[in-house]
Design a protein around this ligand. Sequence first.
Ligand SMILES: Cc1cc2nc3c(=O)[nH]c(=O)nc-3n(C[C@H](O)[C@H](O)[C@H](O)COP(=O)(O)O)c2cc1C
Length: 244
Amino acid sequence: MEKNSSFIDAVHYRRSVRVYNENIEIDTEIVRKCIGQATLAPNSSNMQLWEFHHITSYEILKKLYVACLGQSTAKTAKQLVVVVVRKDLWKQRAKANIDNLNRLFGEKSKSEYTSREKFAMNYYKKLMPFVYSDFLGIFGYIKYFISWVTGIFKPSYRQLRNSDLRIVTHKSAGLAAQTFMLSMAAEGYDTCPMEGTDSLRIKKILNLPSGSEINMTISCGVRNPEGVYGERFRIPFNEIYKQW
Ligand SMILES: Cc1cc2nc3c(=O)[nH]c(=O)nc-3n(C[C@H](O)[C@H](O)[C@H](O)COP(=O)(O)O)c2cc1C
């Protein structure tokens, strides 16, 4: 495989591959490295509410192929990566950020904090619990209503309902998924993101808790030339590009 070491080359090389070369294995360590690079993607409040399940076991690949509705990209994939949203881990992730800030700021009393340090601490100690805590979706609607009222008078953050936060977390996971796919392209490896899957079955196969959500499942391998279905089609740029 030729590597696409320039970012532009990787962007152009990446295609959704539906049939992989059955004779070419991929290196698990390289895929793992690409997942590591995916975790460097920007993400909302650095809460990192994601997990990456790297499937190399033949038995689990076979089960996931069925849960991927028998898609050829899953059938011929050498490995799979399931990107999982873990909104349910918000308390642990907020704490990890607080621990990191404590490490950065060093041992000192609260009164010694600069205003920037105070802001950062309050962000994870107060704002994140306010944004992420909910009870049967009810608290989310109350928060949303409050932000709607204050929004009449000043710009306000409005993504406070459970449905909004699902979008928030899936956005970040999607950015990580794309970073992964571009990292793979840089290595000369191929991928195909899939959402045409039975997410409930995937969760069961991977033993995931009910609070988790499947963002996408990404097949991995090395392309068969006919595994790329035609030339890339995009809506003309001037139709989707608006300069203001
Ligand atoms: C969120 C998402 C879900 C997708 N789901 C599937 C899928 O289930 N099966 C599939 O074959 N391709 C799937 N695709 C691939 C798209 O069809 C593909 O990206 C698009 O046709 C553009 O082609 P390209 O990736 O080769 O540029 C998905 C892509 C995205 C971003």
